[in-house]
Ligand binder design. Structure first.
Ligand code: HEC
Length: 116
């Protein structure tokens, strides 16, 4: 029996076309991820006060609230309103408007007053 000389080429063609579809789908998946990445990065509604603190405050106030460029916040004697005020208006070299969503700001400030 003589082999059909076209079969290897046909196999390669089928394989190649399959690969194109496969990579196409992988690409679509990545596109969704990339499109969503920007939206999720800053403040999602689901971020816990601690995540918010680690993301926005820990660089200056220390991961364990013990201070660094900014004063220690552990066991702070400030009230929730005073903390909200500092985070909204800034203080010294601390920049203002670090947390724009009032509900998240209140959660964060409340969480801070509970850290002893
Ligand atoms: C760029 C550095 C920086 C970042 C980021 C930062 N802070 Fe500050 N923070 C400071 C500095 C410096 C002070 C002290 C300002 C002063 O007294 O002149 C301060 C002061 C404070 C105070 C007042 C403390 C006191 O005893 O008077 C609070 C409360 C506070 N920061 C909370 C936060 C929170 C909450 C965040 C995150 C949303 C945050 N800070 C992010 C630098 C920073």
């Amino acid at each position: 029996m003589k082999k059909n000389p076209l079969i290897p080429f046909a196999l390669i063609a089928v394989f190649g076309i399959g690969l194109i579809f496969l990579l196409g789908f992988i690409g679509l998946g990545n596109m969704d991820e990339m499109a969503n990445a920007g939206e999720e990065a800053p403040e999602t509604a689901a971020a816990s006060p601690e995540e918010l603190y680690q993301g926005k405050c820990s660089s200056c106030h220390g991961a364990d609230l013990s201070g660094g460029a900014g004063p220690a916040l552990k066991g702070t004697e400030l009230s929730v309103e005073e903390i909200e005020n500092v985070v909204t208006n800034g203080k010294g070299i601390m920049p203002p408007n670090l947390v724009s969503d009032p509900a998240q700001l209140e959660e964060l400030a409340t969480w801070l007053t509970e850290q002893k």
